[in-house]
Design a protein around this ligand. Structure first.
Ligand code: CUO
Length: 691
């Protein structure tokens, strides 16, 4: 990797501290020309005996405050919210400055000059966005958000413990201080919702959510293929996975937040610091009621709960009438059966998500999803009377910690489902694939069939990359859910004379509902979680298909740490680099399976084969990030599956299939190209040895 590309990595370190402070364990020093703000600590840190690589950074006209547009309007040390329009504008202005640079060295200089002039999260957001977007930086990888902003994912208490430990030990000791963050999450089991804290506060799912919104932004001058539809699908799948976890713990499925005048039963106390500023994220008491947003510290218009209600009612009108009205007053038909142009779900997704230039008519359909996040995020101090900070619902890297996130997104999803149920059911022809038959299918783990294991595991992160502990290395060991890897096995026969390329679609859902009963097709329909989607070539006759759980189309590899990236001195085009073909988006591999139960819990796997010739999207071979494709798409390319996302469970079933009624998902397995199979997921409640 050339030096400037590598140095870009160090711009992600210590976002709260002056850029002249040494980075990379004291080895990297950005020396700013005419830097009057240079803190005295730099000299002491540079004298530590470590060989230092100094990068001079000249003055840059384009990084002067007057050339940054509104980028500096979000105060330093305060939260940044992508759900807030004025913050998005600030991000766009900064991205425009960065986009005008040519190559890594140019970007490095401008960004180093801007650092410290703008809000920290905004800076990291804009830098990440531009690195992902610039063709010449395609091979630069981003370090995990966990190490960039440990304060957003690791409770303040653990970070304070580390600081105290550092203060107590010999300053010349080079061994890192290691603090543990086990299973003591943000609350006790007095409240049933806290039983799921390990899931909601998992570092991986929060990092994924941050990256997803980074890759699928609004108002940033990019219009990615099927963004509105993927907004629906990715969030629908997160809610489905949350419900699977709830059922594993004997809790009912999440209830949508639909009465915005009633108290929100569950509060949330995040115990995190905002940008290491000494201020805490806002917390919400139990039974808080959403209030009109009347703050003037965010450059946002006042928004009433009534506004949300009006937008909702207009969106429901559109769904039931089958069309939206654009800004010129013309009808825009909503249908998922289109041969060209956008699907209805895509148009609806963009309009429901936010007041943005992607919305067909934002003055009319408003800013429903985003302002829901905002009103909830400020419900503890809606008029700024208490000078309290935003709560975690306002930030994409923290929102999934709060139980209300899922209740809000359940409402959003129900609105989309209202639309999906207006679509014609799939016909036998849509679902069938003549000539191929799944004879058998299941999973094997460690030579045992159909019993999967979950348990706990840990991962070390270097907190001192994001926060300054007097220049000393600090590691945090985080505990998370995990599972033992497994393989899918499918026995498939191809009765045709030639090779047949098929898409294999794999879903998982609990077999029983919260009452312990088997579910109807409609009750189980939106619980099906996509596990994998891949293409195979079937030779004539019998085929044995084996696929590893680690190759799932929804997951990415592990989060890349600074250390991984520093040590990755390999040519990104080489085969060894495939592990680094990753841009941070994708469901965490360790969260692929729901927890299950200690005694084992019955789940169903659903397999379906479809014709790849019909599913395929013709486009040049993708060269960018392609991990977690089902949730994240492919960088700079079209979404690689022509079917509606969630197929075949995104619509209600046909009344009959092969002349018999359809009551349960198992009735789809009457088709030879589909198969349903029961497995058990056992939670071992112990530390797993992966691999
Ligand atoms: Cu991702 Cu609401 O869109 O959190």
């Amino acid at each position: 990797m050339d030096k400037s590309r590598k140095n870009l990595l160090y711009l992600f370190e210590l976002p709260h501290d002056p850029i002249s402070l040494p980075r990379g364990g004291g080895k990297i020093h950005f020396d700013l020309e005419n830097d009057l703000s240079r803190p005295p600590v730099v000299a002491t840190r540079l004298g530590g005996g470590v060989p230092v690589e100094t990068t001079p950074v000249p003055d840059r006209e384009d990084a002067l405050p007057q050339n940054l547009g509104t980028a500096a309007s979000v105060p330093i040390g305060s939260p940044f919210s992508f759900f807030i329009k004025s913050h998005r504008q600030a991000a766009k202005d900064l991205c425009d400055v960065f986009m005008r640079t040519k190559g890594a060295e140019d970007l490095l200089q401008v960004a180093a000059r801007v650092h410290g002039q703008v809000n920290e999260t905004l800076f990291i957001y804009a830098l990440s966005f531009v690195i992902l977007r610039k063709k010449e930086l395609r091979n630069v990888r981003l370090p995990s958000i966990i190490e960039v902003f440990p304060g957003k994912l690791i409770p303040q208490e653990q970070l304070m413990k580390a600081q105290l430990e550092v203060n107590r030990t010999d300053p010349n000791q080079s061994e890192p201080v290691v603090v543990e963050h086990g299973l003591e999450f943000s609350g006790t089991h007095l409240k049933p919702e806290h039983r799921l804290a390990y899931w909601r506060e998992d570092y991986g799912i929060n990092a994924h959510h941050w990256h997803w919104h980074l890759v699928y932004p609004i108002d940033m001058g990019v219009n990615r293929d099927r963004k509105g539809e993927l907004f629906f699908y990715m969030h629908q799948q997160m809610v489905a996975r949350y419900d699977m976890e709830r059922l594993s713990l004997g809790l009912p499925r999440v209830q949508k937040l639909e009465n915005w005048r009633a108290p929100i039963e569950d509060g949330y106390f995040p115990k995190l610091t905002v940008n290491n500023s000494g201020r805490a994220w806002g917390s919400r008491q139990d039974d808080t009621v959403m209030q009109d947003f009347l703050r003037n510290d965010f450059g946002l218009d006042f928004t009433d709960v009534t506004d949300l209600e009006i937008w909702r009612s207009r969106l429901f009108d559109a769904i039931h009438q089958g069309f939206m009205i654009d800004r010129a007053g013309k009808r825009v038909v909503l249908s998922d059966d289109v041969t060209s142009g956008k699907r209805g779900i895509d148009i609806l997704g963009d309009a429901l998500e936010a007041d943005s230039n992607l919305s067909v008519n934002s003055p009319y359909y408003g800013d429903l999803h985003n302002m829901g996040h905002v009103l909830i995020a400020f419900s503890h101090d809606p008029d700024f009377a208490h000078k309290e900070e935003m709560a975690v619902m306002g930030d994409t890297s923290t929102a999934m910690r709060d139980p209300v996130f899922y209740r809000w997104h359940k409402f959003v999803d129900d609105t989309f489902q209202e639309y999906k149920l207006m679509q014609r059911p799939y016909t036998e022809q849509d679902l069938n694939l003549a000539g191929v038959k799944i004879e058998r299918a299941g999973v094997v783990r460690n030579n045992e069939a159909d019993v999967l294991h979950t348990g706990w595991n840990t991962r070390l992160f270097e907190a001192s990359r994001g926060l300054d502990f007097n220049g000393r290395p600090v590691m945090v060991r985080l505990t998370h859910l995990d599972h033992e890897p497994f393989n899918y096995h499918l026995q498939v026969s191809n009765s045709g004379r030639g090779v047949k390329e098929v898409t294999v679609r794999v879903f998982l859902a609990p077999k029983l509902n919260a009452r312990g009963q088997e579910m109807s097709f409609m009750e189980q329909r939106i619980l099906w979680a996509e596990m994998d989607k891949f293409t195979v070539s079937l030779k004539p006759g019998s085929n044995h298909v084996v696929r590893s759980s680690k190759d799932s189309s929804i997951t990415n590899a592990e989060e890349l740490t600074f250390r991984d990236l520093e040590n990755a001195n390999i040519d990104p085009a080489s085969p060894e680099a495939t592990g680094f073909n990753f841009c941070g988006c994708g469901w965490p591999q360790h969260m692929l399976l729901p927890r299950g139960r200690p005694e084992g819990m019955p789940f169903q796997l659903f397999f379906m084969l479809t014709d790849y010739a019909q599913d395929k999207v013709t486009q040049p071979a993708a060269r960018g990030c392609a991990n977690g494709v089902s949730f994240c798409g492919i960088q700079d390319a079209k979404y690689p599956d022509t079917r509606p996302m969630g197929f075949p469970f995104d619509r209600r079933p046909p009344p009959t299939l092969l002349d018999q009624p359809v009551n349960t998902a198992a009735d789809y397995a009457r088709l030879e190209n589909a198969f349903i199979h029961e497995i058990s997921i056992k939670f071992l409640a112990e530390r797993l040895n992966r691999d």
